[in-house]
Design a protein around this ligand. Sequence first.
Ligand code: IPM
Ligand code: MG
Length: 375
Amino acid sequence: MTYLEHFEQIVKDQLARVEAMKEAQAAPDLTSKEKIIIGTIDGDGIGPIIMDSCRQILEKLLADEIGSGRIELRRIEGLTIENRIAKMETVPAEVLAEIKKCDLLLKGPTTTPGKGDGMPNLESANVTLRRELDLFANVRPVVIPEQGIDWIFYRENTEGEYALGSRGVEINDDISIDFKVTTTIGTQRLARAAFEYAKNNGNKNVSIVTKANIMKKTDGKFLSLCMDVAKDYPEIKVDDWYVDIMAANLINPLFNKGFNVVILPNLYGDIITDEAAQMQGGVGTAGSANIGDRYAMFEAIHGSAPRMVADGIAEYANPSSLCRAACMMLRHAGMADRAEALEKALDAAAAGLDMPGDGTGNTAMDFTAFVLEQL
Ligand code: IPM
Ligand code: MG
């Protein structure tokens, strides 16, 4: 294929994606659904360890619903880096078919092959799942009460640099080109979700983050579409920031309390949410929700921690982030009381356990026992 044909194909695929977005199914009302299937996906590295903890906790928390058949916790096998490499599929077709039978998904971290680590060039399973299930909003709260910080990030989750992240071109030894995509529907639906959240939670401030002075077409479009959506919410205070100064302002106590809801394109959202999570106590402490119209997937914001596994200290992995994601899942399913109970237990665990992640202190098993005791 020539470069021009490659580019033509990319454009055609993106136009087709826009058409598919127009056909998106309406969200099912989980509260009135007779049975909710929650698929749990272990993932790689520390994934099975933290998922084991989280499943035990959910089994206790949801014992009544599981007993009555209202909720099924279903283990989804096969989303491991070994199986993915064996099949040479980012998400093997039969695994994806099982995933699509669920309503909600709780997902452990999955390894993404990077350049130079000797693994074949597979796309990130996260990126594939977000795209296949059309999970357009990545919602990541960060709360630090003692600093007056109450943030929730709405990261665009299917577009930007990620839409074609594995379809860039190495032209020759001298030049490589990647692509970035912004669509009208993709941006509007994300902005709408963020503004609705802000409105339903006491008209919180909304900040839009881009680099529209440099990425004029994609970020420029993103910013102006978000500003258009803002017009439907005249009671909400809106501002916009470039991502570099936003990274600085988040750690500036003079500014950071003033931010509430933050809307970002995909890659900036990836970076800024790690920064924010670190301020809260580390990426192991934050949960993340991937919300679409038909499906929703909840996950830890950290990766599979291959270094912890290589160093033989995987059992010291902290399940908090995945459990925080489970709280978001419970709220999403209309079980706010259970979410609150679990949040309280997780707060107690954060205060009562010592989990620095360096092979000292408490293990994931200690964590499980502690949280089960609290519930
Ligand atoms: C995240 C992760 C993923 C991302 C990786 C694992 C592909 O960093 O969920 O933030 O970049 O989105
Ligand atoms: Mg990230």
